[in-house]
Design a protein around this ligand. Structure first.
Ligand SMILES: [Fe+2]
Length: 408
């Protein structure tokens, strides 16, 4: 009888252990909070809006947030991803909290779930930590960020499973990485070794939970992966649309005409100085179809490296000048029936409004809207003209192609 009791106790302990490990796995696999699930729309499409580098300050907050709100109304994405340098830390903690509240309310009020991570400027202060900042973002129920994944480097590394339009199976996945801010030498940072290991282990778990099939995914982070330079062409001189590689002297890079390019390279990609193998891990796991970053405000491009698109999205801030009228956001779309592919387009503020829209805002008495729409449209007309003229001149005189369509 004693032996039998011991056997029963042992079985109970084993069952509890199994049950606990399943609970752990289930929590880990299911990711986001249950009341904030992201799923494909009823049309079987997932529309993701990538917003980055809003760099909100007192100077640009009203216009930038008004534009982002208009873009959300126009696009009505299933989910938005915000990849850092969101609110400049320089005006202090109280101001940052006020701006985060206004920023998150854009998504909250429209019922759009949003996955946020940080850049190098979000916590550039000793007044608060990245964890405190994330906690503040997470006061909003639209926030998909998870502070409790595990104590990884940075704050804001997690994933968001995307469920089918008609069922609760995971059809796609969004990886969100905190690429941190600066290394000990003051260079740009990157995704650290512990985050890479977490990605590899979690990718395996997700595959296992999906019957051994990989779940296709996007990855988002602030700072671009250094492997971008592997698919640019090294040239021996500087020039228009040719850039000196960051951390080097005299190494110049431009679009490689033999690669499949999208968009335009307007400045040098500012990757981290160190590299802990994030991109290699993504190639090895084979689940990421594109990795999106921000950080360089004027760069909107995509280049493929070993089956993964390395994509940059420009800033979405609007400072009231012609230059920032060329900023905007990026839309990505995935079809539930074939999540191994996606389409993307870049939308710029200067293309957002017709003159009819501008005067409708005026007659509606929306002073902020009228001023902002008028400025981006009017100033942007000249900025766009200059961009196109400059590209045409460079291409004509050098015989090099420097700009490609933005859409894919
Ligand atoms: Fe940045």
């Amino acid at each position: 009888m004693k032996k039998f009791t011991r056997l029963i106790s042992l079985m109970l302990v084993l069952l509890m252990a199994l049950g606990m490990s399943n609970v752990g796995l289930a929590n880990d696999i299911s990711g986001g909070s249950a009341n904030n699930m992201v799923r494909f729309g009823s049309d079987g499409k997932l529309k993701v809006m990538h917003i980055t580098d809003s760099h909100i300050t007192s100077k640009n907050a009203d216009a930038s947030m008004w534009l982002i709100g208009k873009a959300l109304d126009k696009e009505q994405p299933n989910v938005a991803v915000v990849t850092g340098d969101n609110i400049n830390a320089g005006e202090g903690w109280e101001k940052v909290k006020e701006f985060v509240d206004r920023y998150m309310e854009l998504f909250e009020s429209r019922g759009i779930p949003v996955a946020v991570t940080f850049g190098n400027h979000d916590s550039e202060t000793d007044q608060f930590t990245r964890d405190q900042l994330l906690e503040h973002y997470n006061r909003f129920s639209c926030s998909l960020a998870k502070a409790d994944v595990q104590p990884l480097s940075g704050s804001g590394t997690y994933y968001v499973p995307v469920y089918g339009s008609n069922d609760n199976s995971v059809k796609f996945n969004l990886w969100v990485f905190d690429s941190n801010d600066y290394d000990a030498e003051g260079n740009y940072s990157c995704v650290q070794a512990d985050q890479v290991n977490w990605y590899k282990a979690t990718s395996d778990k997700i595959r296992l939970a999906n019957g051994g099939q990989k779940v296709y995914s996007f990855a988002f982070q602030h700072i671009i992966v250094p492997e971008i330079y592997d698919v640019l062409k090294k040239v021996d001189h500087s020039g228009a649309f040719i850039y000196e590689r960051i951390y080097t002297d005299g190494e110049y890079y431009a679009f490689d005409p033999d690669s499949t390019n999208y968009g335009t390279l307007y400045e040098e990609p500012c990757c981290g100085y160190e590299n802990f193998g994030q991109f290699d891990a993504m190639v090895e796991k084979g689940d990421v179809i594109a990795v999106f970053s921000g950080h360089e405000h004027t760069n909107n491009f995509a280049v493929n490296n070993q089956g993964i698109d390395i994509v940059n999205t420009g800033s979405c801030r609007y400072n009231g000048d012609a230059y920032s009228a060329q900023y905007g956001y990026r839309i990505l779309e995935v079809d539930e029936n074939d999540p191994s592919k996606y389409t993307t387009r870049v939308e710029k503020w200067y293309d957002m409004f017709t003159w009819g829209d501008v005067f409708t805002l005026k007659s509606a008495g929306d002073d902020l809207g009228f001023d902002t729409a008028l400025n981006v449209t009017f100033q942007g007309f000249f900025q766009k003209g200059w961009n196109n003229f400059y590209i045409a001149i460079v291409e004509m005189f050098t015989g090099r192609r420097v700009s490609y369509p933005h859409s894919k």
